[in-house]
Ligand binder design. Sequence first.
Ligand code: INS
Length: 336
Amino acid sequence: MSIRIAIIGAGIMGADHARIVAEDLPGANLQVVCDASPERARKVAQAFGATDAATDPLETIRRSDVDALVIASPDETHAPLSLAAIEAGKPVLCEKPLSQSAKECLGVIEAEVERGRRFVQLGFMRRFDPSYRDMKAALDDGSLGRAIMMHNFHRNVEAPANFTGQMAITNSAPHEFDVSRFVLGADHTAISVFQPGGVDASKTGAPVFMVLETDRGQLVNVEINNNAAYGYDVRGELVCEKGSIFLNVPATTRQNGALMAFERYASDWRPRFAEAYRLQDKAFLHFVRTAEFPAVAADVWDGYCTALVAEAGVKALKEGRRVTITRAEKPSLYDR
Ligand code: INS
């Protein structure tokens, strides 16, 4: 029987998940597209042939013709809607971040622990990206020795109107917080945050530069520049004792002309991470079918760890000092 999926939130990511479910996931049915705006819900539902459109997320979660949810509504709704899905006993693929508050993440952890199983797969899709996967595999194979540093940069073309330096830490950088934990197999213990001279942290798209320390002694730096102008550009290099591993940016062509060669940049993250999103959503479908949590996916414990780093980062930026990070005890449900 096909799995009936409802998408909550029909913005840029909700529409992308609707497309993947409708066109790229054999065995899944796009059942409902739900959005606070009825026009937007209807438009995306029609575009991808959903059975129905709706405006109430809680009702949608409880519908008897919905087996699983994708939550792609605004960040502050992720944890409450995940809790409602857990309450209804339905698996959910929730976009990142789970919450901007580590305490709120603990509430979701508690709800899963009470029910004795995981329901929430978090949308840290870079874990499924072939270039990060290869980076991790090359490290794990041991021939390059211990990893000592990881450099990351994350550039968007233009920040949305409300995007401050703080949001660079709570909305953009969680990708790097999560993927560096994933690749290094380590937890972060401290964060320092810097901004280039003359930058107003409250301004749209203000860049931030972070240095994180891990419990395995590695240093991780992260540049977030949401007003890079030239294209969507995410890169990374893992420096090990005997060599390094650099992420190649997938490009199908290289154009030559006027004594120059150039590759095209995408205008946002969807083309760069298209394969990661597809593999992630495919893994989610398998999770819904089998209740076996996907080996590489992020769970709510990972979401909590990331929220702790983001919280510490915001504090580090505000107070202009290095902030240390301490975690609650990990429930055995999240042992891998
Ligand atoms: C988006 C999304 C993108 C990231 C952007 C962020 O919400 O997560 O992958 O590059 O910086 O604002």
